[in-house]
Design a protein around this ligand. Structure first.
Ligand code: IPE
Ligand code: IPE
Ligand code: MG
Length: 246
């Protein structure tokens, strides 16, 4: 892949602001999350049309368990009902679903839905929808370390052979290239323990728009900004230009 394509191959999004959107409309927070699902649908379609190949959505962080129990319950119910409603259509449209994060903490019912949605869509290759659920970037790094240690202990891997490339093979995103564009809605400018290893060279885009209001137009603004960025990966501008003329 070229180093400066104008369309990002992989977009990663922190979908933030559902609660504030609900507040603004005098609705309960759960209504904000429900409204957010519409923006998810829209974003998948718009990304696919624009030529993006992988979309990673932060749906639930490992820290979100600390929210009020009623909110956690309503989010879990929303995950189950959204999977029930959306998977067939996604499958018909050639979307492959993948989940990253520690799914063992979810109810058996949700774990089954997740597995089923991955299995049903496993052969699709048009577009990859990667959902980060009970995901934490630090968790990902620690679980990768544990797998590596186990391999070294079993003498299947030599310590000298642990490179950055080798390490990334043990992350939950091992089969996916790093994100090119990170988007966070609702004004906060932080990673919140998302893909901390994988976003070492990702372009960041922030907008004040709340997630339920993030529509096609908003996504196009983000994509347009991305196309103007000059990614240098540590090189000088002159080197980049020489490489692109080669
Ligand atoms: C993002 O919206 C959705 C999840 C974290 C699940 P928030 O619920 O964080 O919305 P705000 O930040 O309270 O507005
Ligand atoms: C990050 O949003 C997690 C998701 C969007 C799922 P938060 O709203 O939980 O992040 P903080 O708490 O503002 O950092
Ligand atoms: Mg938030």
């Amino acid at each position: 892949m070229s180093k400066n394509p104008s369309i990002p191959h992989h977009v990663a999004i922190v979908m933030d602001g559902n609660g504030r959107w609900a507040n603004k409309h005098f609705l309960p927070r759960a209504a904000g999350h429900k409204e957010g699902v519409k923006a998810v649908r829209n974003t998948i379609e718009t990304c696919a049309k624009a030529g993006v190949k992988v979309l990673t959505l932060f749906a639930f962080s490992s820290e979100n368990w600390n929210r009020p129990k009623s909110e956690v319950v309503s989010l879990m119910n929303l995950f189950v009902s959204s999977l029930e409603k959306e998977v067939n259509k996604l499958n018909e449209n050639g979307v492959r679903l993948k989940f990253i994060g520690d799914r063992t903490r979810f109810s058996q019912k949700l774990q089954d839905k997740i597995e089923e949605s991955e299995n049903v869509t496993a052969n699709n290759d048009k577009f990859l929808l990667n959902i980060a659920a009970n995901y934490g970037g630090r968790w990902d790094i620690v679980q990768a370390c544990k797998s590596i240690c186990r391999k070294v202990q079993d003498q299947q891997l030599k310590m000298e052979d642990i490179s950055e490339q080798e390490f990334s093979n043990y992350l939950s995103t091992s089969t996916i290239p790093d994100p090119d564009l990170f988007i966070r809605t609702a004004g906060e400018q932080r990673i919140s323990n998302f893909l901390i290893w994988q976003m070492a060279y990702t372009e960041f885009y922030y907008t004040d728009v709340f997630w339920p209001e993030f529509d096609e137009k908003q996504l196009h603004i983000a994509l347009e900004q991305f196309s103007q960025r000059k990614r240098k990966f540590g090189l000088t501008q002159e080197q980049i230009e020489a490489n692109s003329n080669a």
